[in-house]
Design a protein around this ligand. Structure first.
Ligand code: FEO
Length: 163
């Protein structure tokens, strides 16, 4: 079942957003590593890898539906965040942006009566709930720790235990 140009263009936009997400989290990982937050660096590195998986899912779906995945030019991500909290706040804002984007794609799929794409996107809708919840959880813990250096050290170690 061949996909419409409108839907494949919209999915290619999302493909670029997922690639940018990978880029953004890789930049956060580099910033954390540079600042000696090894655990957080690992957390963001793994997140970056997940984003590449998200992009890959779209890549494969496009090909399965007879459309070509297109590699877009990506913006340069921010390279430094003032604190771990600022980085996770930026991460939450980004995930909320991605969630809105996915919901808009669902809307487009419905408008085009494109059931396969609508079903494909369900995975992303669920994934976004998990992604936002995971970042909110870290922000809650950062709130509890406040400026306490020892607490931040412990939290960083905990984040590094992410599988
Ligand atoms: Fe692929 Fe974090 O959304």
């Amino acid at each position: 079942m061949k996909i419409t140009k409108k839907m494949s263009d919209a999915l290619n936009d999302q493909f670029a957003k997922e690639m940018f997400s990978a880029y953004l989290y890789a930049a956060m990982s580099a910033d954390c590593t540079f600042k000696g937050r090894k655990g957080s660096a690992r957390w963001f590195f793994l997140q970056s890898k997940e984003e590449l998986d998200h992009a890959r899912k779209i890549y494969e779906f496009l090909l399965d539906r007879g459309a070509k995945p297109v590699y877009a030019q990506l913006d340069k991500p921010q390279e430094s965040w003032d604190s771990l909290r600022k980085a996770f706040e930026a991460s939450l804002a980004h995930e909320q942006f991605i969630s809105d984007s996915i919901l808009n794609l669902v809307k487009t799929a419905k408008e085009l009566d494109d059931t396969p794409t609508e079903i494909f996107l369900q995975w992303f809708v669920t994934e976004q709930i998990e992604e936002e919840a995971a970042v909110e959880d870290v922000l809650t813990r950062l709130e509890q720790v406040g400026e306490d250096n020892r607490g931040l050290y412990m939290l960083d170690r905990e984040l590094g235990a992410r599988e």
